[in-house]
Design a protein around this ligand. Structure first.
Ligand code: AFP
Length: 332
C-alpha cells in the first residue's frame, strides 16, 4: 500500500526547510485547510440545504452576493482568527481591512483572500474556489499600516487556492514548489496527490471571454486570431476553454498547459479581476510552477498595490505563450 501523505505532514516537512520557523506559518496553513473543509462541505451539500442563490446583497464590487459567499467569508475569518497567527485580513467580500477582534491572539501574518471565486457559477454546479496570499507584517507599531497591506507580490511568503470541483483540491506553495492535495472524505484529510506541479510545456488551452472582443484594446484580437489560425507549432492542437471561474481556469491550465487572459476593455481599462486576492496569489503560484503573469506592461508580482479592491488586466500562464502574446499584440 502507498504511504498516505497528509497536507499537515507536508506542511511540517516544508517548515523544516526554514530552521528559524516557529510553527506559526504551519498553524496558519493548517487553519486554511480547516476552512477549506468547512467551505467544501457546504459547497457539496449546496443543493440539499438552503445555501444556494443570492443573499439579497451587493458587495463592494457591485456584484450580487451569494449565500455561499457569506458562509465562505465567515469560515475563512473564523479559521484564520482561531490560528492566532494573523495581524489583519483583506477579503473580497469586505470593503475595509479586517482587524483582529479584541481579545483574540494576534500574529505576524497578513492574509488576502477571495472566499469564493466564481460564485455566480454556484447554482449551475460549476467549479468554484477560494484563493489566498500570505504576507509577513512589516510594521512594528500597534497599528496596521498601508505598508503591511499593500505589499508587492514578490513579498508573498505563501499562496494557493482550493478548487471545489469533481473533488476538492488544495494547491499551495510556500516558495518551494507547488503542491496539490486532494480531499479524501473517508480520511477527512487532504492527501498529497500532485507533488511539485510544473506547467506542461505545450499550450493545450487558451482561456478568454471573447464576448468582450469588440471592446478590447488593439492587439488582443491579433493574438487570439493567431492562435485560432493554428499555424504556429505551439497552437496546432490548442483549444479554447473558458469556465468563468478564474481559479478553475487557472488550475486546469496549470495541469494541462495553457494561457489565461482577462484583458481590460476600452470602457474598463483595468478589466474585472482583482489584484490583491485574485491576480497576485495566482501569479505567485503560476511563477512557482514555471510560468509567468503580466498586465501586458508589467509583471504582476512587481506591482505596488494602491487600493484594496484594485482591478488589473491579467495575462497568466506558460512563459512561451505570454511572450508570444506580448509580441503579437504589440504590448511588448
Ligand atoms: P464571480 O465571483 O462574480 O462569479 O466572478 C468571477 C470572476 O471574478 C472570475 O473568477 C472569472 O474569471 C471572471 O469573474 C469571469 O468574468 P466574465 O464573466 O466577465 O468573463
Amino acid at each position: 500500500m502507498e504511504p498516505v501523505r497528509t497536507i499537515h505532514r507536508h506542511i511540517h516537512e516544508q517548515a523544516a526547510l526554514h530552521p528559524d520557523a516557529r510553527g506559526s506559518f504551519s498553524r496558519l496553513l493548517g487553519q486554511i485547510c480547516l476552512a477549506a473543509k468547512v467551505i467544501g462541505h457546504h459547497v457539496n451539500r449546496a443543493g440539499l440545504v438552503d445555501v444556494l442563490g443570492g443573499a439579497g446583497l451587493v458587495n463592494i464590487q457591485g456584484e450580487v452576493v451569494q449565500k455561499l459567499d457569506i458562509l465562505a467569508n465567515a469560515a475563512m475569518k473564523d479559521a484564520l482568527f482561531q490560528s492566532g497567527t494573523v495581524a489583519a485580513l483583506v477579503s473580497e467580500e469586505e470593503e475595509a481591512v479586517i482587524h483582529v477582534p479584541k481579545g483574540t491572539e494576534k500574529g505576524d501574518y497578513i492574509v488576502h483572500f477571495d472566499p469564493l471565486d466564481g460564485s455566480s457559477n454556484i447554482d449551475a454546479n460549476v467549479s468554484i474556489g477560494t484563493i489566498f496570499a500570505i504576507y509577513r507584517r512589516k510594521s512594528t507599531g500597534p497599528e496596521i499600516t498601508d505598508e503591511d497591506i499593500f505589499q508587492k507580490g514578490t513579498e508573498i511568503v505563501g499562496a494557493g487556492y482550493i478548487v471545489y470541483g469533481s473533488s476538492t483540491m488544495l494547491v499551495y506553495t510556500a516558495g518551494h514548489g507547488v503542491h496539490g492535495f486532494t480531499y479524501d472524505p473517508s480520511y477527512g484529510e487532504f492527501l498529497l496527490s500532485h507533488e511539485n506541479i510544473q506547467l506542461p510545456e505545450k499550450c493545450k488551452v487558451v482561456s478568454v471571454n471573447e464576448a468582450y472582443s469588440s471592446n478590447w484594446p488593439a492587439g488582443i484580437t491579433d493574438y487570439v486570431d493567431f492562435v485560432k489560425a493554428r499555424k504556429h507549432p505551439r497552437y496546432k492542437d490548442t483549444t479554447f476553454r473558458y469556465i468563468g471561474s478564474l481559479v478553475a481556469d487557472v488550475h486546469r491550465n496549470l495541469l494541462y498547459g495553457g494561457f489565461f487572459m482577462y484583458p481590460g476593455t476600452v470602457q474598463k481599462p483595468n478589466g474585472k479581476l482583482r489584484l490583491l486576492y485574485e491576480a497576485l496569489p495566482l501569479s505567485f503560484v503560476v511563477e512557482q510552477a514555471g510560468g509567468t503573469a503580466t498586465t501586458g506592461h508589467e509583471r504582476i508580482l512587481e506591482m505596488t498595490p494602491n487600493a484594496l479592491h484594485q482591478r488589473v488586466p491579467l495575462f497568466i500562464g506558460n512563459r512561451d505563450d505570454v511572450q508570444l502574446f506580448l509580441e503579437i499584440s504589440g504590448y511588448s
